[in-house]
Design a protein around this ligand. Structure first.
Ligand code: TXA
Ligand code: MG
Length: 348
């Protein structure tokens, strides 16, 4: 299949491009589009065979359900059986935005979308292109992140192009995504609201509005409540080592790892904070990518997937990543890095 990549204005999306996207969706095809978090791979959420194409294009396991994107409350009401008071508060405070709510589904939502679960994941994105596309299509859009399954999420049109070229008819490219990390997935179907995946809206922000909020931390032999969280995700091709702790020690350890890796003829890439960059530069890694200041986790969040993907593009064999403080958006950043690193995490 021939893939067209069209540049679209982020704030004032061109009507004819939106219309072209909506027409493909109506025809049961897939369209990649920007959201404020990451790019989505969209299909008509009410059309089971269109949604099946998403799993095929991504190589996604069938047991991993999809998030349904809406552009207004009426559309959301058609998909949700009943709203809890916590869900209502979330809508008031955080929609449109990077928060996905887990709520009981109506019969309108095909089983393939929820992977057979009784609850549906639903969110109203704030990106003008996403909102306009849903509005023009006139139906909700099911969309996972537009990467090949297991790869880092796409935060630039170029990332989607790399993973989806030849598989879908259209990519709407509005440049870099603002948040750069996926939405927070929050179960508000009953009981204490529980974070199934940390993301763009922080636990602290949720607590301010909802009071008590839990994090789903399944033990070794328990399955996470968001099926997607059980997979090793966000992984670049190269081996990844995540190092966090006191900065001097982190720099020292990363320096040693650079030397050790290069002695074994490995190309070593480094993703680090602005504060550590000049120190790490002295160890001559093959690639040095600055994620942003340690005091601005938002900056780090928006660059993390770009950094991981760049390491793949430049064929780094070993990728050393400096961790940041696990507070606010830093928790979501560390969640993604820990998943990407598998068990190779060092706290020193
Ligand atoms: O920011 C985002 O959320 C992006 C943009 C495109 O909206 N989407 C995204 O989708 O990250 P995806 O498919 O990559 O991740 C969705 C996560 C997975 O971990 C999935 O298991 C979980 O949400 N999820 C989806 N439906 C669920 C459900 N009914 N119950 C529990 N977890 C669900
Ligand atoms: Mg994903």
């Amino acid at each position: 299949m021939q893939t067209k990549r069209s540049t679209i204005d982020r704030l004032h999306p061109e009507a004819e491009l939106i219309n072209e996207g909506a027409e493909w969706l109506k025809a049961g095809e897939l369209v990649a589009f920007p959201t404020e978090t990451v790019y989505g791979l969209g299909a008509n959420a009410l059309d089971a065979s269109a949604c099946a194409k998403i799993f095929e294009a991504k190589g996604r396991p069938q047991d991993n359900p999809l998030i349904v994107h809406v552009c207004n409350r009426v559309m959301a009401n058609n998909l949700v059986e009943s709203w809890t008071s916590e869900a209502e508060l979330c809508v008031q405070h955080f929609w449109p935005g990077p928060l996905t709510l887990i709520l009981p589904k109506t019969a309108l939502v095909p089983d393939i979308v929820t992977a057979g679960l009784v609850n549906v994941a639903i969110r109203m994105p704030s990106h003008p292109v996403a909102l306009r596309l849903i509005e023009d299509a006139g139906f909700p859009i099911a969309a996972p992140s537009a990467n090949l399954s297991g790869k880092p999420s796409p935060t630039r049109g170029s990332h989607v192009w790399r993973d989806m070229k030849g598989k879908i008819p259209l990519i709407l490219d509005a440049g870099a995504c603002e948040v750069g990390l996926e939405s927070t997935v929050l179960d508000v179907s009953g009981g204490v609201p529980t974070i199934l995946r940390p993301g763009g809206i922080t636990k602290e922000q949720l607590e301010e509005v909802l009071g008590e909020v839990r994090a789903d931390t399944p033990s070794e032999n328990q399955a996470p409540k968001a099926p997607g969280m059980k997979y090793r995700h966000y992984a670049p091709q190269g081996e990844l080592l995540l190092v966090s702790g006191l900065r001097d020690r982190v720099v020292q350890r990363m320096g040693q790892e650079i030397l050790r890796g290069q002695a074994r003829l490995k190309k070593v890439g480094v993703l680090c904070t602005l504060e550590s960059a000049s120190l790490l530069h002295n160890w001559f890694p093959d690639l040095l990518f600055v994620l942003g200041s340690k005091d601005r986790p938002q900056e780090v969040a928006s660059n993390i997937f770009e950094g991981l993907r760049l390491c793949d593009e430049r064929r780094m064999d070993l990728i050393l990543v400096e961790g940041i403080e696990e507070a606010g958006l830093g928790s979501a950043v560390m969640n993604r890095l820990e998943k990407a690193a598998g068990k190779r995490t060092q706290h020193i």
